[in-house]
Write a protein that binds this ligand. Structure first.
Ligand code: SF4
Ligand code: SF4
Length: 344
């Protein structure tokens, strides 16, 4: 494993990070052992968040005895000072540690949220916690580069978690990427596989290697995947014209408006699994027809009529997607495949 300096944090991090968002999909033992396997292979940067289901709890168990060898990044969604500080303390408790290496304001993609954090004293509180040693570095995660201007107003900002992949290129355009590098901001790249839209992991990681300051944070569900990802990271071949052709085809197929799987739109007050709807076509391309037409998925997608069209999901989507329309399209697609399968 190679290591790089993460911008002005000065932290020496492995050239790929471990994303712990997907722990809810794993058995607890599996999640804990996966972190240990990642550590054994030299990965030292782990990304989680207070609101990733089960993630901090399981991570806390996994890092016992090796905490000082790891760099932990976690985040709080809150804009209220008291709630924010409570969440920081709760993260420390869950992780079984007395400091967080990088503490981030979660999804700071809109300037209104930044203004709220300033007005409510959250940024001052972050600085105070840094002085007390509970936080070592302060960062933000975001889904829109429009917010980058605001960050310049906060000199203690030293790390960012932002989408870096070849289907969401907003952040890798020179104006954004070069500016972050110039300001020595440590860049962690989320969604290296486009939130599940990019199947060719090798191509995805070689694309990211064109941006040497980016540390991709990769969600992994098993040791085999972990080893494959490391193997792909070690492939230093430059991009070929064939690679660019493939990328152009994938971009064309997806268009600009597609679900990245961040789940910020959830929970739905009606209990609808919005993510499950929006990923229907991705699953169709990845699974066998029997796996795809799983009875559990059918039950989820049949719930669409329970949507009251309250619009709360659309307010929360950082990509401004028309979620209700997308859910309808995906549900129709699924039901059509189900009907065809039953007819055969
Ligand atoms: S619009 Fe429908 S899917 Fe979205 S939050 Fe409201 S009930 Fe849930
Ligand atoms: S609909 Fe929007 S908020 Fe929900 S998972 Fe997709 S991209 Fe994220």
């Amino acid at each position: 494993m190679r290591y790089k300096k993460l911008g002005k944090t000065g932290l020496k991090v492995s050239e790929m990070g471990f994303g712990a968002l997907q722990f809810a999909r794993l058995a607890p033992k599996q999640a804990v052992s996966l972190v240990k396997e990642a550590h054994d292979r030299g990965i030292n940067l782990i990304d989680t968040a207070h609101n990733y289901p089960h993630s901090e709890h399981l991570l806390g168990k996994a890092i016992r005895g090796i905490r000082d060898q790891l760099i932990i990044c976690t985040k709080s969604y809150h804009t209220d000072r008291k709630e924010f500080l409570n969440q920081l303390d709760s993260s420390l408790l869950r992780l079984g540690t007395d400091y967080i290496d990088i503490f981030m304001c979660h999804d700071l993609s809109r300037s209104q949220k930044y203004e709220k954090l300033v007005q409510n004293g959250v940024l001052d509180a972050l600085l105070a916690q840094k002085k007390r040693g509970k936080i070592r570095h302060i960062g933000f995660s975001c889904h829109s580069p429009d917010i980058i201007d605001k960050y310049d107003q906060f000199p203690d900002f030293s790390a960012i978690l932002m989408p870096v992949n070849f289907v969401s290129v907003e952040f890798t355009q020179p104006l954004v990427y070069k500016r972050l590098v110039r300001n020595h901001i440590g860049i962690m790249g989320m969604k290296p596989l486009g939130g599940g839209r990019i199947g060719d992991v090798g191509l995805a990681l070689r694309y990211i290697q064109q941006f040497p300051q980016v540390i991709p944070v990769i969600g992994t569900e098993c040791v085999n995947e972990l080893d494959q990802n490391i193997k792909h990271m070690n492939d230093r071949r430059p991009m070929s014209s064939g690679d660019w052709k493939k990328i152009a085809e994938i971009r064309k197929r997806l268009g600009p408006k597609f679900c990245r799987g961040c789940r910020y739109c959830m929970p739905c007050p009606q209990g609808l699994n919005i993510y499950e709807f929006n990923f229907t076509k991705v699953y169709y391309g990845q699974l066998s027809i029997d796996q795809f037409l799983d009875p559990q998925r059918t039950r989820e997608l049949e719930k669409l009529d329970q949507c009251t069209r309250c619009g709360r999901c659309e307010e929360k989507c950082p990509y401004n997607l028309k979620i209700m329309d997308l859910m309808r399209q995906n549900s129709d697609f699924y039901m059509q495949k189900l009907k065809q399968h039953r007819a055969n």
